[in-house]
Write a protein that binds this ligand. Structure first.
Ligand code: SF4
Length: 198
């Protein structure tokens, strides 16, 4: 779901001699970016998961598609990297498809929210489809509960628009999940309304 970034698996990958923490479910990643300014508001730690079923034509991250690729994250190491950077305003789960690993990302997301960080999640599924999937996989709903913002929907090449905030095609929405929960209907992130101004 990232459109212009490079991955750095070595930065947050499994350190030599260390092993992923047993209390966290396994999380398969494609890479991380430690100080992104394009994956949500402010300075963010972006986590790119490995594996995506959507295969959107024109996807800029085809290397994240295979579920058998990537590397197993050391979740404690990820959390320490986030915790130790006071400039970080938030964390973004991108991909790949984050909602294919909702249990592992919920475990991570709970810790991130406990730090008081903003949490944004990308998905190739629409919000409405995620609610349906969540009926059978509760972690999907929990991840939606934990997150502050959701960028939803597949990337559509024919609707590509480089002026859009945090997304690549016009069908995708930046959803304010807190307000959506409060109102019981989809509420778009406020900055969406300023798109014509800059
Ligand atoms: S949802 Fe689409 S754009 Fe995002 S990673 Fe998957 S194939 Fe690429």
């Amino acid at each position: 779901m990232d459109y212009n970034q490079e991955y750095s698996p070595a930065e947050s990958g499994h350190a030599e001699g260390a092993s992923p923490q047993a209390e966290f479910p396994p999380l398969q990643l494609a890479g991380t970016v430690e100080d992104s300014i394009v994956d949500g508001p402010g300075i963010r730690y972006t986590i790119f998961v490995q594996g995506c079923p959507h295969r959107c034509p024109g996807c800029h991250n085809p290397q994240t598609h295979e579920f058998s690729g990537g590397y197993t994250a050391d979740t404690e190491q990820l959390l320490e990297a986030i915790r130790s950077n006071p400039l970080l305003g938030g964390v973004t789960f991108s991909g790949g498809e984050p909602f294919c690993q909702p249990e592992a990302l919920c475990a991570l997301g709970r810790e991130i929210k406990a730090m008081g960080k903003h949490l944004m999640v990308y998905s190739g599924y629409t919000y409405e489809r995620l609610l349906e999937i969540g009926r059978k996989r509760p972690a999907v709903l929990e991840l939606l509960e934990l997150a502050d913002l959701l960028v939803d929907g597949p990337y559509r090449e024919e609707e590509r628009d480089l002026t859009l905030l945090y997304r690549g095609s016009a069908n995708q929405r930046v959803i304010d999940l807190k307000k959506t929960r409060e109102h019981g209907t989809v509420v778009l992130y406020q900055d969406d309304y300023c798109q014509g101004l800059w």
